[in-house]
Design a protein around this ligand. Structure first.
Ligand code: AMP
Length: 145
C-alpha cells in the first residue's frame, strides 16, 4: 500500500510554499498565481503550520465582500484548524480524510516540523497507479502470464 512518503518522493519537489499570517491577501493571490498552486500553508517560521489559505477561501470572501478583501491579512481568511498527516500514513486513509473534510490539501508533518504538502491530485494519481499495478498482477495470476 502506497504511503505519503512515497507520494512525496514521486512528486520530486522539496519544500512547502508558506506565507506569514500578517501578509496581505493580495500577496497570497500573487503567490498562488505565480506558483500555479491552490493553497499556501500559513506559518511564521516556515516549519510549523498555523493555518492554511486556499483559492477557495479567497474566492468565497471576494464573492461575499468584494475586492477590499485583498487588503486584509491572510490570518483573517485562513482556516486555523489545519488537518495534517504523517509520512507513514497510507494513501487511502489520507484520501478518506480529504473527502470527509472536503479539502484538497494536507501538510505532511514529522517530529513537529513540516516536511511536505500533498494535494488530492497527488494522492489520486498515486492510488490509480497502484490499482493499475494490482489489476495487472491479478490478471497475471488468473491468466498465468
Ligand atoms: P481546498 O479544497 O484545499 O481548496 O480547501 C477547502 C477549504 O478547506 C478551505 O477553507 C481551506 O482553507 C480548508 N482546508 C484546506 N486544506 C485543509 C486542511 N489540511 N485542514 C483543514 N482545512 C483545510
Amino acid at each position: 500500500m502506497i504511503t505519503v512518503s512515497q507520494i512525496l518522493r514521486s512528486k520530486g519537489t522539496a519544500g512547502v510554499s508558506t506565507i506569514r499570517p500578517g501578509a496581505s491577501v493580495a500577496s497570497a493571490v500573487e503567490m498562488l498565481s505565480s506558483l500555479r498552486i491552490g493553497a499556501l500553508v500559513v506559518s511564521s517560521d516556515g516549519a510549523h503550520p498555523q493555518g492554511i489559505i486556499s483559492e477557495r477561501d479567497v474566492v468565497r470572501e471576494l464573492g461575499r465582500r468584494g475586492g477590499a478583501v485583498l487588503n486584509e491579512k491572510v490570518s483573517d481568511l485562513m482556516t486555523g484548524n489545519v488537518v495534517t498527516c504523517s509520512p507513514s500514513d497510507r494513501a487511502d486513509s489520507v484520501l478518506e480524510r480529504m473527502t470527509e473534510g472536503r479539502f484538497r490539501h494536507m501538510p505532511v508533518v514529522q517530529d513537529g516540523g513540516m516536511v511536505g504538502l500533498i494535494s488530492i491530485g497527488d494522492v489520486v494519481k498515486a492510488r490509480l497507479a497502484e490499482l493499475a499495478m494490482e489489476k495487472q498482477a491479478l490478471e497475471g495470476m488468473i491468466m498465468g502470464n
